[in-house]
Design a protein around this ligand. Structure first.
Ligand code: COA
Length: 686
């Protein structure tokens, strides 16, 4: 953290720097340093005006770490903003790079705002279950109108410098040169700049109308934002600011905000692999082997991320279909206005179609996405070993096979890694990076760097069947299907878990993914793990040829191929199955559905952490938040378990251990250990 000042023609330039994002940190002393500097400039009669200069990144906002360590100290930040706004000399914010959250609130407290056109502006606090607690709810509507300010605050969306100028959020933009010079020009003697506080402006003309606009399904933080904006109608800034501070404190203490902040830091924590010091090599050219659904999805993701990609598919018809499919997906983005047509064509031009690996042997990374059959993998990896350049990384997208066996097909197992993409790979953010027994640190570091470079959240997983995500999902589904034969019906099961917040209940998820996929896994499991049976319910559905959306029937029927309608025939089938296995059906509460499905996840998650398959509990949480539709406001299964309390979690698991299929409820050793030590999963994330 550093604050420097200089005098420029009677103007005190206060430059502040707190890398990497110039967070307005209380703990690191930035806020107190700025307060001193601003107070000194106000007191100094030789200073006629002040510039707040954040350098190339004005500010990424309040320091989110302060929220946990010393929430009460946030008043110090608010006092700084009040001091700036009330300054008897003009204060200009010189803005570049980032102007987010508390950073934008700092700019709003200044009297003028001059920004580089490429600056990104946002009030993203809703993403953390919070509201702009540094006067943003009071100042932004007064400056730009209630409706535009509510839009920014309720969505948290980012806008550029041109949009900010149009809204009146800033006074001027620069396109080249230092923004500091432009700020100084705004304070040149002839410009006649005067103090111009935002907070004392009258209520915006559209206040009443904007507040009554109908909005459905609001989160607690969105409701609180609206309540704060309504305070502007009373015309008393100080009262509005006090109200905002109270609302902010309430949200900050909520489980929901804690969960969202856990997710924010968790997404960054998973990128840190303890003990890994190797540098990541840059990847520019990638060869993807396999032109099926996964191969084309991966290829599309990589083209969108700016890489050059060759896709290898020996079958002529399949190769042509893959190429056409990729181009169509990319052009659809242009049709929807997400990118322009020239960008779409540039992306498509970086694609090469190849009939063999030899034709596409010039790459730094090879990603195999061929059929899930070990002999097919053997052929691919043996060939890759022969033709790939010496330093290249050989990756497998396998989700079910043993990566160490695959690595053994090559003479360079240290360069083999798993890259488990989720379908559709061009949309889903999660990427499990599987570290084999022989995977070198350099290979792992490059794979993690590659994940970041293509905009994915890479999570390191050890080798086991199902890695982190699918292994846990299997236990979740096992309970879901048992619940069906014990008394629940698909619509009740899904509704209970969706009310908890899951993006989709298990029956809908499997209908979407294709019931045949789960069926194949269960058939394999029946041979490998006969002692860990499943309910027959989903098999019975599959035996009717009901594979889900793709056959317009699964647990539900899909008249239009997409919309789920409960099917009495399925209900009857389930009820008949219970009778056949002589299981009296009983009333099952939604609470039991949620508890059993979640505890199954938590217990398996604890096992996975205990075995070292996941590096930390937070890695499990991020896999579930990013790849399995776990509700962001719940922070992931392990975070959720900490909130419930691990002694309670263990007691409930032991309770189920004494019931039907108790074998599935053997408590994970790590869970027992943590309870004995009176610790929680969070303690293992440090
Ligand atoms: N407070 C504390 N730390 C922050 C922070 C904040 N407001 N914003 C970013 N950081 C930290 C990150 O945790 C990360 O730390 P790490 O390197 O130890 O993991 C580091 O700064 C870099 O952030 P990262 O997100 O990896 O960099 P980026 O360049 O991709 O993105 C931002 C930068 C600012 C756009 C992004 O971090 C962001 O959106 N931050 C949150 C902004 C926000 O919500 N502000 C409102 C707070 S009230």
């Amino acid at each position: 953290m550093q604050i420097t000042t200089q005098m420029r023609d009677g103007v005190r330039v206060i430059s502040f720097s707190n890398p990497p994002v110039n967070a307005l940190s209380i703990g690191a002393g930035l806020v107190s340093g700025l307060t001193e500097a601003v107070a000194a400039a106000i007191a100094d009669s030789t200073v006629r005006a002040i510039v707040l200069d954040g350098g190339p990144r004005f500010s990424g906002g309040a320091d989110i770490r302060d929220f946990d360590t010393a929430p009460e100290q946030l008043t110090v930040l608010r006092d700084l903003l009040t001091l700036i706004e009330a300054a008897p000399k003009p204060v200009v914010a010189a803005i570049a790079g980032l102007c987010l959250g508390g950073g934008l609130e700092l700019a709003l407290a200044a009297h003028y705002r001059v920004a580089h056109i490429d600056t990104r502006f946002a009030l993203p606090e809703v993403g953390l279950g919070l509201l702009p607690g540094g006067g943003g709810t009071q100042r932004a509507p007064r400056l730009i109108g209630a409706a535009p300010a509510l839009d920014l605050m309720l969505t948290g969306r980012t806008i550029g410098g041109d949009a900010a100028l149009r809204l009146g959020l800033i006074d001027a933009t620069t396109t080249e040169g230092a923004v500091l010079e432009a700020a100084l020009a705004a304070l040149a003697p002839g410009a006649n700049a005067q103090p111009r506080p935002t907070g004392t402006r009258p209520a915006p003309a559209d206040l009443a109308e904007a507040l009554t606009a109908a909005r459905a399904g609001l989160t607690p933080e969105q409701q609180a934002i609206i309540a704060c904006v309504a305070m502007i109608g009373q015309g008393d800034l100080a009262a509005g600011l006090r109200f905002e501070a109270v609302e902010f404190a309430t949200l900050l203490a909520s489980d929901r905000s804690r969960a969202l902040r856990h997710g924010f830091f968790g997404r960054r924590t998973v990128a840190r692999v303890p003990g890994l010091r190797a540098a990541a090599a840059e990847i520019r050219r990638v060869t993807v082997i396999g032109g099926g659904l996964m191969g084309t999805g991966i290829t599309t993701a990589l083209l969108n991320a700016g890489l050059s990609v060759a896709i290898v598919e020996p079958d002529d018809a399949r190769r042509a279909k893959a190429g056409a499919g990729i181009a169509k997906t990319i052009r659809r983005d242009a049709e929807k206005g997400r990118i322009n047509a020239a960008t779409a064509e540039e992306r498509i031009n970086r694609l090469t179609l190849a009939a063999s690996i030899v034709e596409a042997a010039e790459a730094e990374l090879f990603i195999e996405a061929v059929f899930e059959e070990i002999e097919v993998k053997r052929a691919v990896f043996a060939e890759l070993d022969r033709v790939a350049p010496p330093g290249a990384i050989l990756a497998s997208n396998t989700s079910t096979l043993d990566l160490d066996v695959i690595a053994g097909f090559t003479q360079r197992p240290e360069q083999v890694v798993g890259l488990h993409f989720f379908s559709p790979a061009n949309i889903m953010r999660l990427l499990e990076v599987v570290r084999g027994a022989a995977t070198s640190d350099a290979t792992l570091a490059t794979a993690m760097g590659f994940a970041k470079a293509i905009g994915k959240t890479g999570v390191v997983a050890g080798v086991c069947d199902g890695f982190i995500g699918n292994r846990i999902f299997e236990e979740y589904l096992r309970q879901a299907w048992f619940l069906l034969e014990e008394g629940a019906l698909p619509q009740q099961l899904d509704a209970a878990l969706e009310r908890f917040g899951m993006a989709m209940g298990p029956c809908k998820v499997m209908d979407l993914a294709g019931q045949d996929i789960g069926w194949n896994i269960r058939k394999r499991r029946a041979i490998e793990q006969p002692d860990r049976p499943y309910s027959r319910v989903p098999d019975l559905i599959c035996e009717l040829g009901r594979f889900g959306q793709k056959t317009c029937a699964g647990f539900y029927t899909y008249a239009d191929g997409r919309t789920a309608t409960p099917d009495p025939q399925v209900d009857a089938l389930i009820v008949a199955h219970s009778a056949q296995i002589s299981l009296p059906r009983r009333e099952i509460s939604d609470a039991e559905i949620v508890e059993r499905c979640l505890l199954a996840m938590v217990n398996e998650g604890a096992r996975i952490v205990g075995e070292g398959i996941a590096l930390r509990p937070v890695d499990v949480d991020i896999v579930y938040l990013e790849g399995y539709g776990f509700p962001a406001g719940r922070g992931g299964p392990m975070f959720h378990a900490d909130l419930v309390g691990l002694p309670e979690v263990l007691a409930a698991i032991r309770g189920y251990q004494g019931g039907r299929h108790g074998w599935a409820w053997e408590p994970a050793p790590l869970l027992e250990q943590l309870v004995t030590d009176a610790r929680d999963f969070g303690a293992l994330n440090q």
